[in-house]
Write a protein that binds this ligand. Structure first.
Ligand SMILES: [Zn+2]
Length: 477
């Protein structure tokens, strides 16, 4: 154990401890995925297919795409007496798994609040018929609500989990044994949440409605299977009505497509129905689809705790899960940060680690004198110069994505000089919305007609009294 005591009134102070956690376990036999695509979701997908493809192509060409930070709320269901269920260490492993495997998609996950521990034997083994009544009591708005159960029954069958393609509620349902011990259901299901289909097609099986009809030669890869061309054609390996199965991470079928070509399906892909532990990768095109989906379908995700900025924070008790704290003036702490946990303090003037504070060996602890960052707290490592928060000022851009016009609304807590400009993803200036005008305290509103711009991603760059702030906006057609 290492003890640490620091007082600083200076500009910058960083303390860091690092460890890695590895766990191994055994996989339980259960149907891999209960995610079903509704007609509404399919209609939405087909309606937006071309514009999201253009957006994905545009993002692919851009060299340094900003990360999309997705707030997560864990809900861990246990027996009435508090026994059973996942541990905090399990949740951190799940989060680490997601962050590792969504890194190339430029999507990163963080806990917006402490995990919720729900003691309910009635739901410990969960039936999806009860989802609405149970989950609606626990959901947190505008974050990804991840529910972890001992088992999950869907339509009378045990499943490893399910989520939903957009548009949908912000939920993912997991069976504990399928998301721990090297299993990958959590990565698969969050892939659905960001618009991915199974590699064999848009259903859970190969049926008349959802045929597994992608050709091996790639000739129809834009409109068959998962509509993604760098995932090889999959004849529905390991599905009940597909062709061929996987054994020990090898494809054992000899099925051929309509041209007589033999399949070589993507057994290691997270969105296949291969054994959980065989799945290790997304393709580049899948990464692009997910990033575009984050920007166009899930842009409303936000963490209110990170948007608020208290003057002072006083922390105590044991911190068992990843968390970010920020205060405009001072943070004092007697917390114990447990091994494997990431903790980050950001204060305007001082961080005071008092007697009792303990960053355990193996924890990650970071403190800096840089004040409140809002949700931009995660962007510091990417670009220190661009992302400066506006304390107590709110910037809203809506609707996002937009078709022709959008509104920029800024709530100023004091009079300020305001400039607003629009840039494309290549950093080229497109439009001046406000050229350095003096504005009084209160709400400042701009309606912007951008109907002549091509569809794509743009950045709204706002400067208030010399401090810069950026917000991404997406135009669709
Ligand atoms: Zn699935």
């Amino acid at each position: 154990m290492k003890k640490l005591s620091i007082i600083s009134k200076n500009k910058c102070l960083i303390v860091l401890f690092t460890i890695e956690i590895l766990t191994m376990c055994v996989h339980a036999q259960t149907k891999e995925c209960g995610t079903k695509i509704s007609q509404e979701q399919l209609d939405y997908y087909y309606r937006t297919r071309e514009s999201r493809r253009q957006l994905a192509d545009q993002l692919k060409q851009e060299r340094s795409i900003s990360y999309f930070y997705a707030p997560v709320q864990f809900h861990v269901v246990r027996e009435n007496d508090g026994s059973g269920g996942l541990t905090e260490a399990d949740l951190i492993t799940i989060l680490n798994d997601l962050n590792t495997n969504f890194l190339d998609a430029k999507i990163q996950f963080f806990q917006c609040g402490q995990p919720e521990w729900i003691n309910s034997s009635a739901n410990y083994n969960f039936d999806s018929d009860n989802e609405e009544s149970f989950c609606s009591d626990h959901d947190v708005a505008n974050v990804i609500n991840i529910y972890c159960f001992n088992s999950v029954i869907d339509d009378g069958t045990s499943v490893c989990g399910y989520s939903r393609n957009p548009p949908s509620v912000d939920r993912a349902i997991f069976k504990n044994s399928c998301v721990t011990g090297g299993n990958t259901t959590h990565i698969h299901e969050i892939g659905h949440y960001f618009s991915l289909f199974h590699t064999f097609g848009k259903g859970n099986d190969c049926t008349f409605w959802h045929p597994c009809n992608e050709k091996v030669d790639g000739s129809n890869c834009n409109t068959a299977g998962d509509d993604i061309c760098d995932t090889p054609a999959d004849p529905g390996v390991n599905t009940t009505s597909g062709c061929g199965s996987e054994s020990n991470c090898l494809y054992s079928g000899s099925c051929t497509d309509g041209n007589g070509d033999t399949y070589s399906p993507p057994i290691t892909n997270f969105m296949s129905y291969s054994s959980s532990s065989c799945r290790t990768n997304f393709t580049n095109d899948q990464d692009d689809v997910m990033h575009a989906s984050a920007l166009s379908d899930r842009d409303y995700l936000s963490c209110p705790l990170l948007s608020s900025c208290a003057s002072t924070l006083s922390l105590s008790g044991t911190q068992n899960s990843e968390y970010y704290y920020q205060a405009s003036d001072e943070i004092t702490s007697t917390s114990i940060i447990t091994s494997g946990v990431y903790s980050s303090y950001h204060a305007g003037n001082s961080v005071m680690l008092e007697i009792g504070f303990n960053a355990s060996e193996g924890s990650h602890f970071h403190a800096s004198i840089d004040g409140c960052w809002g949700t931009d707290i995660f962007r510091q490592s990417n670009d220190q110069s661009h992302h400066i928060s506006i304390p107590n000022s709110e910037l809203v851009v809506r609707p996002n994505p937009f078709l022709e016009t959008f509104e920029v609304a800024i709530e100023l807590n004091q009079g300020a000089i305001v400039s607003i400009d629009l840039y494309n993803v290549f950093g080229q200036h497109i439009l001046t919305i406000q050229d350095g005008a003096s504005k009084e305290e209160g709400l400042v509103n701009y309606s912007v007609n951008a109907s002549t711009l091509p569809a794509g991603v743009y950045m709204i760059h706002v400067v208030i009294n010399g401090k810069a702030f950026e917000k991404r906006i997406v135009k669709i057609d």
